[in-house]
Design a protein around this ligand. Sequence first.
Ligand SMILES: Cc1ncc(COP(=O)(O)O)c(C=O)c1O
Length: 515
Amino acid sequence: MTRTPEEMKNEILRLTREYSLHMHSMQRPGDDPLRPAFDAAKDGVAYAGRVFTEDEVVAAVGATLDFWLTLGPEGTAFEKELSELMGVRNSLLVNSGSSANLVAISTITSPKVPAARRLLPGDEVITVAAGFPTTVAPIVQCGAVPVFIDAIPSTGNADCDQLQAAYVPGKTKALMFAHALGNPFDLTRVLRFCKEHDLWLIEDNCDALGCTYSMPLSVARELELKHLLKAAESGHPWIRIEDLGGGSEPVLTAPTGTWGDISTQSFYPPHHLTMGEGGAVNIVKQAALKVIAESFRDWGRDCWCPSGKDNTCNKRFGWQLGELPEGYDHKYIYSHLGYNLKPLDTQAAIGRVQLKKLPAFIEARKRNWDYLRQGLADLEDVLEFTLPTHATAWNSSGFEWDSSGCRTECSWFGFMLRVKPGAGFTHSQLARHLDENRVGNRMFFGGNLVRQPVFVQLRHDRPEAVRIVGDLAGADQIMNQAIFLGTYPGLTKEMLDYEIEVIKGYIDSSLVSRT
Ligand SMILES: Cc1ncc(COP(=O)(O)O)c(C=O)c1O
């Protein structure tokens, strides 16, 4: 009996599902009944990891059998689904969050952006000293100067009090900050500053997919956030005008990554959704930036035909650009010094399945953070815990908020804590103990980035390549005192209990040895 290709594919996918159910049970979400029980005597608790079921494996194998390989139908569908979900104009898939940041910064260097706003070599981009290196590296790679301002230890985010001191008229062209570990930075102050000085805002949203920020409606109007107000009016599920109660003014709420000009995502395994390697550049509102970003991603070409297509512009042989002869094939005309940063279509197929699970992943991250916060609450004499931006205090029923009328809702990348000076142990001693007990933990990425060998060398080789505002004491404090635990959706209640027990056990024993 000969089988049709479709029957063969179905059989392969049936077996794939069976295989994955058997082999990948440890990667199922924490609340999935098919996930094996956690055994505290031998299992470790990772700080992050891929969370998937047989659905992602079937999607990957299906796309591989189709063998489109390069970014194609799955990629196009993913880009559309992500942009619609977030409420941005376009999303472009790239092969990592770092590439997304590179494309984002490159985009504003294009001669196609208005001359007064174009980022030229020697121009400055204000960024924050504490965080991940590839939020900053593209600024240098594009010939611009990163201007480091300090971070606030309690939030991990940029200290907006330093924006004015960092600003140089005519030289400062953009602000680029990450929402630290899923904690939105103060978008109200940042956007007001950008509006006042006509600066680009690039949001590194790599660790923050699913976070939301809310600001009073009157402020949103003053900042002319027309794209968000319009999306809220047209009923976008994630962008809305809400009443927070207590007689205060209604707020505009929208996801991080939709407030600035361009934002970026990472889909590396620890992030909110994964396709192995991968990332995205979100063009928030200006259509013209999409063509530029796409050009940087796709070799620098002027043509915008999707892969496998010719003559989308209907004048493939009708252009005359640069010093090329009239009619030179548009497919081989280059307007930027570009890269090739595309992922594979198979990755996009995995991402599409993950995207459907995003709401559940976001809720799990919030739930896990809350569980750790409650569980560690009585350690406040030796540990300091992160506060969401605009929160002033935490208690067991929630957060207290400042008087700005702004709120944040965090889809946490991690649970950051700082060991107080005088605690009797340091953050690296605690980290080592957690490691020995198989509890995954991380420092806040590069700590104070200017102290990393690469930036020390750069400052030595080319002192003019970076600029530093103030003493960066907050970033140093994060570097010297902070670690973070996981909040990812693969964690179970038993794993979180084990983490809490290990931390409490260590602190109890170190307090005993101190007395
Ligand atoms: C804030 C931030 N930006 C960018 C990146 C880079 O993402 P990728 O690892 O996908 O290159 C990371 C990585 O974790 C990150 O935390």
